[in-house]
Write a protein of this length. Sequence first.
Length: 417
Amino acid sequence: MSVLTSLVRMWLTRSRKPFSFVDSYDKTLPYFDCVNLGLYIHIPFCKSICNFCPYCKVLYDKELCDEYVDCLIKEIHLVGKQHEGIKRCTSLYFGGGTPALIASRLQDIMSAINEHFHITEGVGLELHPDNVNEETLRMLQDTGVTKVSIGIQSFQDKFQGVLGRKRIDAEKIKEALDRVKFETVSMDFIFALPGQTFEDLKGDLDAAFTIGANHVAIYPFIDFTFTSSKVEPLPKKKKRKLLDDITSYLLSNGCVRDSIWTFSREKQARYSSMTRDNFLGFGCSATTLLKEQFKINTFDVKEYCQRINSQESATSLTTRFSLRQRMIYYLFWMAYSMRINAQEFERFFGVPLQKMYGFEMMLARLMRFVKKNNEGYELTLKGAFYYHYYENYYTLSYIDKMWGVMRKEAFPKHLEL
Ligand SMILES: C[S@@+](CC[C@H](N)C(=O)[O-])C[C@H]1O[C@@H](n2cnc3c(N)ncnc32)[C@H](O)[C@@H]1O
Ligand code: SF4
């Protein structure tokens, strides 16, 4: 990690202490009193593995997948039974991997969830384009899925080729989406691919809205150190121009930017498995964020099953936040939604944002990264680009390092970031 990143971290957390992760965990997780609790379930199976993808996944194997789902259900009960009563939650997201591969077991998982949690804002699930057919979509809808996110990446064969993915059959996707309706249909695209122009990206996004999306996510390509991808992302200047141009295009065509990476074409369309407040994660590599701690489950499917089958937590590493560390984490993810709400910050921490980070917010205003509004601050176009830029940096300095270790070792003893 560069000296500058460490200095910035020390300044913002007012401490020399790094984020320190250890292999211990709480037997009882203090989630019951959390307001705005989200749920996340990870399904780490794919029919084929993409060489650019950093997520925790293995090749699909029916027997292993069935055993994994049985364990997932046990983990939900293990955590759910820690507190009496039904806990109210905002949303539940299934991510992967390829969650649709367990569509026939989704009802079993939902039954376990419903024994302990009450979800108020819907259920989201990630789809591979191959999963978008009427039969699968109906099965998802029947089990309560209200939002889907489809990993398109690009409709153009040349970019699918660069990423090593198959050609997309847009017509087939449109037919299925016409027949089975969801409140949110989001489509993921990767941008800043070699040679990619504004026209390329605009064509992809126009096509997404034509075939049934009401929400799009545009992720900058990230070259993780442990993936085998040979893709060279666009240089910073070209990336910024592409991002600014596509943002202006989407905003002038009736979209609202609801986060750094996502744009919504209809008011109710939202797809965000990330929340700055609190969430519980189930399954391999799933993370849990609570008021004073962040923890991550093992990446190893067999070790995960073994722990759960012996009624133990599958937690691999836990960090306990200092107050300032938690505030920075909170602000980082709040800024991801393009706004910083001072009242919400004060409600969560019991102290005014101005008192804790008044100087930093003034600097951010002077540098025109944010401007003031009634709630606190909103990110400017410049601020959003630099957020993108630092998020890329953060991903490579923190997430890349953590995932790199966890892919090799199921239960590392200690990790400092
Ligand atoms: C779990 S995948 C989506 C669902 C499904 N597995 C699929 O591939 O279609 C999540 C999304 O992360 C994004 N993604 C994966 N690797 C990435 C990388 N190296 N850089 C940027 N975005 C990436 C892709 O847009 C992908 O759709
Ligand atoms: S991008 Fe999707 S399909 Fe490809 S390996 Fe990653 S999770 Fe699996």
